[in-house]
Every structure is written in structure tokens, then in C-alpha cells.
Design a protein around this ligand. Structure first.
Ligand SMILES: [Zn+2]
Length: 527
């Protein structure tokens, strides 16, 4: 989309916003709409192929399907015979999929003799319009603009309403705390689409530091919502390092006899709960809807120890919500998969052809106005997946499939040693806090280089933990990490001998999108 096209789409979005805000979806209507979408699922899946792939000569998926010798009639017959998921499995085996690197245009998609260079622009859903421009954040993407259709937001709002209703949250006071550029506006507009308006929008960074385009966007949102007589809250800067304004807001809402519900990343929720304990804010009774990073048992425990509740959510800016927390979950991050919006399969043994582990998730978007056409897209995540009659209200709403143990499978290579992310998380979030105090997000591994290009790994501990015995912390880290295999134990020994692994007291760094990741890669010195 050209700059002018984007401006026009943005203008249309703001023109339609007041009407959207004036007609929030009711909780009953949200459940009924979900039932209808589930009933229409197969039809919508077919429409995605018929209209958005076979009807678009330039679609990269069209090229992949042609290369696989698959025409529209074949897909339709397969869906009729085998169903949605089996069709996706068959297409995956035939090479119809994209990895996140191919999707983002970091490398061309190669299937046998076929080579296609893809840009995310080519995958925008043709039936979506009136876009709210948002940028994705995090380490995996380089800020691909995501344009979000108001109709899509309305559906996301309805699904969020179904989730909060299931957790008893019809009257919760909604707020948001995240990076201003990473879909926060989408969240606030979504929250405004059901129940009462959101009352707070907190941002990790000062919005004045945003590019002009985004600042104008925030202003547009503000004015359009005022025109609609349903003003959205102004964004207030609350950095990780000083969450006091957020804590004060939580306390104030609680004192008013209401329950605050804040959407944020799991790491940020943990820092807020730790800060509340340290500074004597009683935020017991608050609810954190958490997403964006692994939701681990340690993180849930820390949030619970502040008397707060955590509802896990799994999603990305490009896709929207993928799953909402099960009330009867057996795992800290167990969510109900939103099968009205997407289809999901495991890569399985055939994943090896695409360099994917068997539990890699392949995502297909079904909603006609979803930001992107995605067919068997690997976003770099893996998870366990299965149907289970949990008996919670989300099961009753029609979402039967559960996801848990959701992790990025992108391996962590630190100073030449490759670890699974889950191994490193276990050490940083469980082993070190158990022995030296603190909680999850208090420890971080920072990879950088010396001036001469030698790798340096710094094991960072939050200064609030006081004077930790550096040697012992490093030794414990190396010892626990080395337990996974003998070869890893040897490599870790080598780090210690070479002085590659060092200890430092510093506040764990956050990414551009405001997530605290367990491995932080510092910019290499220039030159
Ligand atoms: Zn459930």
C-alpha cells in the first residue's frame, strides 16, 4: 500500500470509529456471534482459498499451490472429504506453507525449482479495509506495519468479551500497559468494543519518542473517540523501572470497590507485582491479562503472591488473539484456541523438510478481514495441542482445543553454545531465584562482544537483590544449565575458564516493544 493509500485507509478508519465506539457488543451478542462464526468456519476457510488465494493471481500462496499441482477444485474436494485440518496437513506436505523468515521477506521461499521473494505487503488480506495502522514489536520482526480492519477489531473485541465473561469479568475496569507502537491502540480500541470504555492506557515509553506518523495516529484516536462521545483514555508513560503510577491506579480502582484488569506482557506484570511488594502497594484483587512472552509457573506464582490473578493469553499483532486462558487449566499457560478465527496444525514429522520441530505450530487465518492471509505460517512457536473437556465456560462457548507449553523454538545460541529457550528460562526463573532470591525477570543473560570481537555473556541480576556472591551465582547458573547434557556441561565449563561468562548487577533490559527477554542481545560495537 502506498503512503497516500495508507493515509486514505487511516482517514476511513477514523471516520468509522465514532459509530463503532457508540455500539459496543453485548456479552450475549458476543457469544452468539462466536457460535455463528464456528458454524461458518468451513465456509470461511474455503472462501479464504477461493477469494484471497485463487482469486488473486499475484498471491504467493497461489504460486505455492500451483507448484504443488493443486487447483481450487482440489482444495474444495479435499476440505469436503477430509475437513479443514487434514487439508492443511496435506497442503503442508506438498510444500504449501511459509516460515516466519519467508513471510517477513528475510529469505525467499524455495520449494524444489520454485523460488519466490515475498514481502508482507503481498500477503495483506484483500477483503480487509479501513485500517488502523499498528506496528508489530518484539525481537522477531523488524516492525512490519500491520493494518487492522475495524470489522476485525470488532470480532476480536467480541472474543475478548467472551473470555472476560468466562472469568467473571463483565464489570472489570479495563486498562492497558504496553509499548505505544506495538498494537496498544488496537488493544484500547478493542477494549472499547465491549462493556464499559477502558479507563487507562499506560505506555512503557514516552509517546513523544514515537515517529510522527504514530503520534498523529494517537491524536486521531483521541479526537475521533471524543467526536463519538466515547472518549478513549490518554496515554500515560509508565516505564518498567518505575511502575508507581500504574500501582496507584490499581489501588485507586480497588478502593472504589471495583476490579482493575490490566493487559500487559507477563514480564511487566511480574515487575509490577514485585514493585508493589517492595513499595508497600496493596494491589491484591487486581487481574493481569498477560501475553507476549512465555507465561511460566514462576511468573504466575509471583503474580499470585501479590494477591493478583493472571489470565494467560496467546497472540501476536499480526494474527490477533490466538488463545484465551482456560479457567480449569492444568498448565500455567493453558489457553483455549480460538478456532473461529484460525486453524492450527502441528508440523509433525514432515516438519523436518521445512526445518521445523514436530510441535511447531502452523497458523492459518480464517477471518475474512484478518490483517494477513496466512496459510500454514510458522511463527516460530511450538506448543502442545489437544482437545479436552475442561468444563470451564470457554469450553461451553465452543472453543474445544487447548494449547499449552507455548514456547519459541528459535534456539538460543549464546557464545557458541546452543540451548533450548526452555532450559535457560528454567535456570533464570526457577533455579537462581530459589537460591539467591528475587523473582522471574530479575535475572537475564546478556550477549555482547568485546571490542576485539570476543563473545561475552553477562549474567545480569537486578540491583535490588543486593550484593549477590558473583562467583556463586555464575557457578550455579553454569552447573544447572550443564545438567541437560554432558556436552553442554563441557561447553559451559569452557565459558567459565575463558571468562566468557561474567556477572553484573544491572536492571534487566527490555526490547523495543517493552518485553523483558531472558536472553538480551546487545548491539555490537560499531565498526
Ligand atoms: Zn477451559
Amino acid at each position: 500500500m502506498t503512503g497516500v493509500g495508507r493515509l486514505w485507509a487511516g482517514a476511513q478508519f477514523f471516520a468509522r470509529l465514532p459509530a463503532y465506539l457508540r455500539r459496543p457488543v453485548s456479552f450475549e451478542a458476543a457469544k452468539e456471534a462466536l457460535r455463528q462464526r464456528l458454524a461458518l468456519r468451513r465456509q470461511r476457510f474455503l472462501d479464504r482459498f477461493r477469494l484471497d488465494v485463487f482469486g488473486q493471481p499475484d498471491s504467493p500462496y497461489h504460486a505455492l499451490l500451483r507448484h504443488a499441482g493443486c487447483e481450487w477444485g482440489d482444495v474444495a474436494a479435499l476440505v469436503e472429504r477430509e475437513g479443514v485440518e487434514a487439508t492443511l496437513q496435506a497442503l503442508f506436505r506438498a510444500g504449501v506453507y511459509l516460515t516466519i523468515d519467508e513471510f517477513k521477506g528475510r529469505r525467499p521461499a524455495r520449494r524444489g525449482s520454485l523460488e519466490i521473494a515475498i514481502q508482507p505487503e503481498m500477503l495483506r488480506a484483500p477483503r480487509a479495509s479501513y485500517h488502523l495502522p499498528a506496528a508489530s514489536g518484539g525481537t522477531r520482526s523488524s516492525g512490519t506495519p500491520v493494518l487492522i480492519d475495524l470489522e476485525f477489531i470488532r470480532t476480536c473485541a467480541a472474543n475478548c468479551a467472551v473470555c472476560l465473561d468466562a472469568w467473571g469479568g463483565r464489570d472489570w475496569v479495563k486498562g492497558d500497559w504496553e509499548s505505544p507502537g506495538a498494537g496498544a491502540r488496537f488493544r484500547v480500541v478493542k477494549f472499547a468494543g465491549f462493556g464499559a470504555l477502558p479507563r487507562a492506557a499506560f505506555s512503557f515509553f514516552d509517546t513523544a519518542t514515537l515517529p510522527a506518523y504514530f503520534r498523529w495516529n494517537l491524536k486521531g484516536l483521541h479526537w475521533a473517540s471524543r467526536l463519538g462521545g466515547r472518549p478513549l483514555p490518554r496515554t500515560v508513560c509508565v516505564p518498567h523501572s518505575n511502575p508507581a503510577p500504574l500501582l496507584e491506579w490499581l489501588v485507586q480502582v480497588l478502593r472504589g470497590g471495583e476490579t482493575p484488569c490490566i493487559f500487559t506482557f507477563s514480564g511487566a506484570a511480574v515487575t509490577a507485582c514485585l514493585a508493589a511488594r517492595e513499595r508497600g502497594y496493596d494491589i491484591a484483587g487486581s487481574v493481569f491479562l498477560i501475553s507476549g512472552e512465555p507465561v511460566t509457573a514462576a511468573r504466575i506464582r509471583t503474580i499470585a503472591s501479590a494477591g493478583c490473578r493472571a489470565i494467560p493469553r496467546y497472540g501476536t499483532v499480526e494474527v490477533g488473539a490466538i488463545g484465551y486462558g482456560c479457567r480449569a487449566g492444568r498448565h500455567p499457560d493453558e489457553v483455549h484456541f480460538l478456532e473461529d478465527m484460525h486453524a492450527l496444525i502441528h508440523a509433525g514429522e514432515e516438519g523436518a523438510q521445512a526445518g521445523l520441530p514436530p510441535k511447531a505450530l502452523l497458523m492459518t487465518s480464517i477471518h475474512p478481514q484478518s490483517p494477513f492471509v496466512m496459510i500454514n505460517l510458522s511463527m516460530g512457536d511450538q506448543a502442545e495441542m489437544g482437545a479436552r473437556a475442561c468444563g470451564c465456560p470457554l469450553d461451553g462457548a465452543g472453543w474445544r482445543t487447548h494449547l499449552w507449553d507455548i514456547r519459541s523454538f528459535e534456539k538460543l545460541t549464546a557464545a557458541g553454545v546452543t540451548f533450548l529457550g526452555s532450559e535457560v528460562i528454567a535456570v533464570l526463573e526457577e533455579a537462581l531465584p530459589a537460591r539467591f532470591g528475587g523473582g522471574p525477570t530479575d535475572y537475564q543473560l546478556v550477549e555482547s562482544e568485546t571490542e576485539t570481537g570476543l563473545p561475552v555473556l553477562r549474567l545480569r541480576a537486578h540491583p535490588r537483590l543486593g550484593d549477590l556472591p558473583a562467583r556463586e551465582v555464575v557457578d550455579t547458573f553454569a552447573e544447572v544449565l550443564g545438567r541437560s547434557s554432558q556436552s553442554k556441561a563441557m561447553m559451559v565449563r569452557r565459558w567459565l575458564d575463558a571468562g566468557t561468562l561474567q556477572f553484573e548487577r544491572a536492571v534487566p533490559a527490555a526490547t523495543r516493544a517493552g518485553k523483558i527477554q531472558f536472553l538480551h542481545v546487545e548491539k555490537r560495537p560499531a565498526g
